[in-house]
Ligand binder design. Structure first.
Ligand SMILES: Cc1cc2nc3c(=O)[nH]c(=O)nc-3n(C[C@H](O)[C@H](O)[C@H](O)COP(=O)(O)O)c2cc1C
Length: 181
């Protein structure tokens, strides 16, 4: 099972990138930040003694989906050189997964960033997504060349970005094959 997360607050380039990526896999599900409601972590420490978050929005449902994934592929718009606030909120709310047996440990992770400029901070954004993956003890792949998918809007016209997205798909597929044989 491949779970994708699109970090955009609207149905734009990131959702298109994630649709393309997830269409390459037989069994996949997309979590869209323009559809789920996940409030910021309030650091209440409820998850230090419970396996879920005290807040009753979509955060726990997102965590259940992430816990079932073999690979998690994440795309974010670049906002001021990093991920969107919506995606950061979702990341912070995954703390119950880490505090209750590192439920994302060993899962494959890959990242894509979509910017309004060619060099607007895509690699910095990917590094920030990678930090979340590393802190969950996930195993990261890039695009078999550099960091992952680096896209410049509009995605439909970015042939360079498309190559990095295809390389990222290939890197995830290759590792899935190796781990399952
Ligand atoms: C608040 C804000 C900050 C942004 N900062 C950057 C930036 O630092 N670098 C960049 O290349 N693009 C920046 N952009 C452009 C977005 O990255 C771009 O429009 C986005 O990737 C489009 O993705 P979407 O169509 O999925 O929403 C910014 C856009 C917004 C709204």
């Amino acid at each position: 099972m491949i779970v994708g997360i699109s970090g955009s607050p609207k149905d734009g380039n990131n959702n298109a990138v994630m649709r393309k990526i997830l269409d390459s896999f037989e069994n996949s599900e997309l979590i869209r930040c323009d559809s789920v409601k996940v409030a910021p972590c309030i650091a209440c420490n409820y998850c230090a003694s419970h396996d879920h978050c005290v807040q009753s929005d979509d955060g726990n449902k997102v965590n259940e989906k992430l816990a079932k994934a073999d690979a998690i592929i994440i795309s974010s718009p670049v906002y001021f050189g990093s991920m969107t606030g919506q995606l950061k909120c979702l990341f912070d709310r995954t703390l119950p997964l880490r505090r209750n047996g590192f439920k994302l440990k060993g899962k494959i992770g890959a990242a894509v960033a979509v910017g309004g400029s060619r060099s607007g901070g895509q690699e910095l954004t990917i590094k920030d997504i990678h930090a979340w993956m590393l802190i969950h003890a996930m195993v990261i792949v890039g695009d078999n060349n550099h960091f992952g998918g680096t896209v410049h809007v509009p995605y439909s016209k970015d042939s360079f970005g498309e190559e990095t997205v295809e390389g990222t798909i290939f890197a995830v597929e290759s590792l899935l094959r190796r781990l399952k044989c």
